[in-house]
Ligand binder design. Structure first.
Ligand SMILES: Nc1ncnc2c1ncn2[C@@H]1O[C@H](COP(=O)(O)OP(=O)(O)OP(=O)(O)O)[C@@H](O)[C@H]1O
Ligand SMILES: [Mg+2]
Length: 237
């Protein structure tokens, strides 16, 4: 099981929109079962989920104090991916969420104001030594500032190659608990989410392999250490 946090201290960057869309896409593409957690007191993601008819992804109520225990329970129940939406502020909640995450997604609108505001979120994630990825959201087609934002952000971390553009169907689809992949005539928006999940799932897979590799090296080191006393005895003979 892997945990994906979606966070940015700036309000309205698209955290909740991307949490819902990435969760549904991951489920559609076989990356599930997916569980959603909303740690924002505004509760936008839970409102969206309550309006949703489809049974997946599942929604999990938790409290930040219980988060590590609840994540362990979800792991044992067979959940493969947990996506956590967070409030627009640097709070102790965000610190705890980032601490338990495998990858942190920072949605950002391509504007100078949003770029300036991203620094605090990046500092927090780096401080906790977690991998991050910026997702440019609500971009205007052909605007030069989008390219400029991608270049500026790439100096601070990975930028998802799939950009999500500003389109009313992202907002409209969520009114009744759906996503752009689940409404008619939203092909271009849906294709962006498909590409975003391609990028994120690849990144998650590489993180999982790296973690497995580290565990193998650690296991091999422990096995060698366990043999040490025997070898020491042989050498002294
Ligand atoms: N790509 C997009 N195209 C059009 N509208 C969008 C897009 N992404 C987000 N929005 C709209 O922008 C507003 C803010 O998005 P959202 O609620 O996802 O941001 P947020 O970061 O979760 O906000 P908050 O910080 O308040 O939790 C919403 O009305 C949403 O429908
Ligand atoms: Mg939100």
């Amino acid at each position: 099981m892997q945990v994906l946090a979606i966070t940015s201290q700036k309000g309205g960057t698209g955290k909740t929109t991307l949490a819902g869309h990435v969760a549904v896409e991951a489920e559609r593409r076989g990356g599930g079962p997916v569980a959603l957690i909303d740690t924002d007191p505004q509760g936008s993601l839970s409102h969206w989920w309550n309006a949703r008819e489809a049974e997946t992804p599942v929604f999990v109520q938790t409290l930040v104090e219980r988060l590590p225990d609840d994540l362990e329970r979800l792991r044992q129940e067979g959940i493969k991916l947990v996506i956590i939406d967070t409030p627009p502020a640097i709070t102790s909640t965000i610190v705890e969420v980032v601490r338990v995450s495998d990858l942190v997604v920072i949605p950002i609108r391509p504007s100078p104001h949003d770029l300036r505001a991203a620094g605090a979120t990046v500092d927090l994630v780096e401080c906790l030594n977690k991998p991050l990825v910026f997702v440019i959201n609500a971009a205007n087609a052909r605007a030069r500032i989008t390219t400029e934002a991608a270049i500026a952000l790439s100096q601070h971390g990975a930028v998802a190659s799939s950009i999500v553009h500003q389109r009313t169907n992202f907002a409209a689809s969520m009114i009744d608990g759906r996503t752009v992949m689940e409404i008619p005539n939203a092909g271009r928006s849906a294709a962006e989410i498909v590409a975003l999940w391609d990028y994120l799932s690849n990144r998650l897979m590489r993180l999982q392999s790296a973690a497995a590799g580290e565990q193998e090296v650690h296991g091999a080191a422990l096995a060698m250490a366990a043999q040490e006393p025997e070898r020491a005895v042989q050498w002294t003979r």
